[in-house]
Design a protein around this ligand. Structure first.
Ligand SMILES: C[S@@+](CC[C@H](N)C(=O)[O-])C[C@H]1O[C@@H](n2cnc3c(N)ncnc32)[C@H](O)[C@@H]1O
Length: 262
């Protein structure tokens, strides 16, 4: 089955997720409402909600788990090259945000041993249950499943050396809130990695709302309040960007702190 067809099939599962917690105060609620725009006419593969000019995609439902685990994925996406490019080291605490059934979590679990841990975050309990079952079958003991919400990762502040989102960010229903939350969870100097299908390349056979340009990722991630600066973009994958940001230390994120230059 082609991914394009698959994405249409699973998009119907997008409405099954947990309700979000209310904003803390009424002024926050107003600001949050202004952040997003709803359009009646939109891409059928998107939810009709726009953020910084980009339409948000439907969440891949649990029915997509088998597709994430397909045997051709390494050949198509070269995940081993991705893991090598991350330069993980023993003892690292890494967060796999939108972990799904745990394909990426499992690949990261070994290079961070001894002492390292993968925090596997997802909003769908069925995905986390499947991930847990695989860990048990394979004897992987350093992957911890965490149930997040549409606005919160469930990670503790300043607890993570690296957070990665593989084919996930474009489907966050609340991208601003998620980035604010994830950037808080990074340790100073920690890295945030976006892996997104390249929208600049019409030959990448993925529905438009499931692709992102590098410029759009940078526009959304480099808002000053997140304290993230662009570090590098690694060009090793056949179809996806690997865009890496670094969490600034508190002293860097004031008026004098700047973003990285390409
Ligand atoms: C396309 S799958 C990718 C799974 C995994 N990263 C992989 O590459 O195998 C996207 C996953 O992101 C999850 N997701 C969507 N919004 C999320 C959010 N706000 N917080 C955590 N997970 C989210 C979905 O439930 C789904 O499991």
């Amino acid at each position: 089955m082609s991914r394009a067809f698959f994405l249409v099939c699973v998009s119907v599962c997008g409405g099954l997720l947990r309700a979000d917690e209310p904003a803390a105060d009424p002024t926050q609620a107003t600001a949050a409402a202004d952040r997003y725009e709803t359009r009646r006419i939109h891409d059928p593969n998107g939810i009709g909600k726009f953020y910084m000019g980009r339409e948000i995609a439907h969440v891949m439902g649990f029915a997509g788990a088998a597709w994430l685990e397909r045997s051709t994925r390494e050949e198509e996406e070269r995940l081993t090259l991705l893991i090598r490019a991350l330069r993980l080291k023993p003892g690292d605490v890494v967060a796999d945000i939108g972990a799904g059934s745990g394909v990426i979590s499992m690949l990261m679990a070994e290079p961070i041993l001894p002492g390292g841990k993968v925090l596997a975050v997802d909003v769908q309990q069925e995905m986390l249950d499947r991930l847990k079952a695989y860990c048990q079958q394979l004897g992987v003991e350093n992957v911890e499943p965490i149930r997040g919400t549409q606005k919160r990762s469930g990670l503790k502040p300043a607890s993570v050396d690296m957070a990665i989102m593989v084919d996930v960010y474009h489907e966050f229903e609340y991208p601003y809130e998620m980035l604010a939350d994830i950037s808080k969870a990074l340790k100073p100097g920690g890295r945030l990695v976006f892996v997104e299908y390249r929208k600049e390349d019409p030959a990448v056979p993925i529905k438009e709302v499931h692709k992102m340009t590098q410029a759009q990722v940078r526009l959304e991630a480099e808002q000053p309040e997140f304290g993230l600066s662009w570090l590098e973009t690694v060009h090793v994958l056949p179809m996806q960007h690997v865009i890496i940001f670094r969490k600034q230390a508190a002293a860097e994120s004031g008026p004098a702190g700047g973003s990285g230059q390409q």
